[in-house]
Ligand binder design. Sequence first.
Ligand code: 2AM
Ligand code: CA
Ligand code: CA
Ligand code: CA
Length: 269
Amino acid sequence: MNVETREEIYNQARAWVLQAGTIIREKINDPLTVETKSNPNDLVTHMDKETEQFFASLIKETYPDHSLLSEEGFGDDLQSLVDTVWIVDPIDGTMNFVHQKRNFAISIGIYHDGIGEIGLIYNVMDDILYSAKRGEGAYKNDDRLAHLRENVQLHEAILSLNHFWLCENRLVDETRMQHLVKTVRGTRTYGSAALEFAYVAEGILDGYLTLSLAPWDVAAGIVIVNEVGGVTTTISGEPVDMLGRNSVFTGNPAIRKPVIKDFIEKGKK
Ligand code: 2AM
Ligand code: CA
Ligand code: CA
Ligand code: CA
């Protein structure tokens, strides 16, 4: 993708994200229609669907040759990532949106021939936009984010993870994960994968571990984290498959190796 085309698409995407966020903020106290999906805690609201439709219709109208990969069913059924693909999560952190009316984000990754070119993560209620273009650095609103800290030790790291890791799970022995929690300086759980990626990029988290995410949970975050020297892989150290679900580690490269080698590999089922 050439730089001028990318700049034009970035400016358009940024304007749409801010516009969608303004609409959500205006309607934040309106009554919600909440439905469940794969299980009683897997929620979706009319606002998730309306926001996705907002992007789907604008993208189709403005860029008819681009494709859309998205959570709530208004995207395309893609078998590959050729040409330009928008990977959109209209509301990431729907449970937070429903229960807290904050701590959720709009997440948009724009990929060309499988390469992440643009990432946008918008913390709607705080009006904070994390953004990046490949090779041009990452930003929190207008402030450029610094490169991640060098030589971070695991015992000085803050790690974000879902508490499910500490319960019996199909991937890793929970006692190993409890040992990891006791080894690091502190753990957090925010309930929005996109925001957790953004916090890794900002350097306020050193890593984020998660069991199973979809492409729209990670597409924007990977681009933004890359720009500050972070790495994102599955918990086996493989590249993330942008057309399937993945376990994910994202974070400072200095802690990736010990987390994966000394804890996850040893506890793997
Ligand atoms: P969502 O809010 O867009 O569904 C919650 O820990 C994080 O995991 C959120 O980013 C959430 O995205 C994501 N997630 C991915 N798959 C999920 C699922 N099946 N149920 C609930 N959250 C899921
Ligand atoms: Ca969801
Ligand atoms: Ca999501
Ligand atoms: Ca979502």
